[in-house]
Design a protein around this ligand. Sequence first.
Ligand SMILES: Nc1ncnc2c1ncn2[C@@H]1O[C@H](COP(=O)(O)OP(=O)(O)OP(=O)(O)O)[C@@H](O)[C@H]1O
Ligand SMILES: [Mg+2]
Length: 463
Amino acid sequence: MTVKHRVLVVDDELSMRELLEIVLESAGYEVHCASGEDEARAAMDGVQFDAAMTDLHMGGDRNAGLRLLAWMRENDPRMPVVVITAHGSVETAVEAMRLGAADYVQKPFRSNDEIRLRVARVISERNLRRENEALRKDQAHRSSPGNMVGKSPAFLEVLSMVRRVAGLPSTVAVYGESGAGKELVARALHHLSQRAEKPFVAINCGGIPETLLESELFGYKKGAFTGANEDKEGLFVVANGGTLLLDEIGEMPMKLQVKLLRVLDNNSVTPVGGTASINVNVRIVSATNRNLEEMVEQGDFRKDLFYRLNVIPIHVPPLRDRGEDIPLLTRHFIQKHAVNMGCPVKEVSPEAESLLLRYSWPGNIRELANVVERALALSGETIEPRDLPPAVREYAPPPDMPLADLPEGGVNLEAIISDVERKYIEQALERARFSQIRAAGLLGLTPRSLRYRLQKYGLSAQD
Ligand SMILES: Nc1ncnc2c1ncn2[C@@H]1O[C@H](COP(=O)(O)OP(=O)(O)OP(=O)(O)O)[C@@H](O)[C@H]1O
Ligand SMILES: [Mg+2]
């Protein structure tokens, strides 16, 4: 089915409106006419036009058209506007172009084809711009499993789980802190499945009103409510054959949880205001940073829906629990941002790296990506501590060491400090699986000063 492009024609002369209507309708457009500014505004209320043509001099007002043009540019900046100018009035044409008109035609028209051509051109230019925007957005979001960086045991476990379950039809529930990489996991599940060529559709269940979420998910029939001017397909239908990510599922209102459960049980959706159901075949992945089990216990999430979604749970660990991935991800983001920013790929100084390793990363990988982007912009040849934000630079892991009272006879301070130092270094090495860089990060030391201490205590480590 091809959709007709909709054009709004505004002119105070009836004969001109009729002429344009006939010319454009014969070229396959759906034409709406308005005889002046107010009618044009009313016509645009709730209706999306693909282009508008407006006369400039209307109802004895020389500025009516320019005013309307400015209003249109503000109300629907993507709708191209072609202005109709009187023959010889070059200045007004220039002024209209300056105000954002996409093109102009002079009266009397040279030919009907000229009108059709200009309208067709501004619409195709607009479509191109829209496609480019969509493409850019998609590229910014698209991440194949190849883009997933990490080598820590915790991360590799997630990856192997993703590989094992990608091909199954079962629902997957992805858990993890904000910015930990839940959406990336969901996309990887899609790309590694037989559904890869079909759509991957994501919807955020938090932050949009319940009725809107309902009509987004399930669609609606024309006339279901005010403003439902035509049928709209729900995302279950849009994602048919592919994967639907229900992001922030913990925020889904109770009423919709019931409806969602019904859809999952029957593999069919009924649009709002409709009676007939549509069969769908969609792989459901949900994601949340909330503890759903706890929400179930507290009565904030339906138990039956929880079990239906939680068939295969995947837990994405927070970045602070996979320190080995930090240097790798840092390099990954340096490369990525350097390309975008048109700057050279830079090294990270050992001092800066140990700060990155020590920090707690409440915003996880997204926060690291932002920190790297900022550092690239600020740094010279190498990324140094001064290029990192204060939160990272000045982060001190919370101390929880109870200090004993000074004994009567005094202490041997040097010996105590050495003892504490040695014990912490041993623990850090073990936790860092004997990586010096990571151990230095855990201790707030530079790799160089850690090496000095290792020698001092006769300890050894790798790398
Ligand atoms: N393993 C990884 N390798 C490379 N980049 C990653 C990795 N994990 C996450 N990212 C990047 O980190 C950012 C955050 O990831 P994502 O959007 O998947 O997190 P999220 O858990 O869905 O976050 P939120 O809870 O805020 O929605 C994205 O830019 C993503 O591309
Ligand atoms: Mg997300």
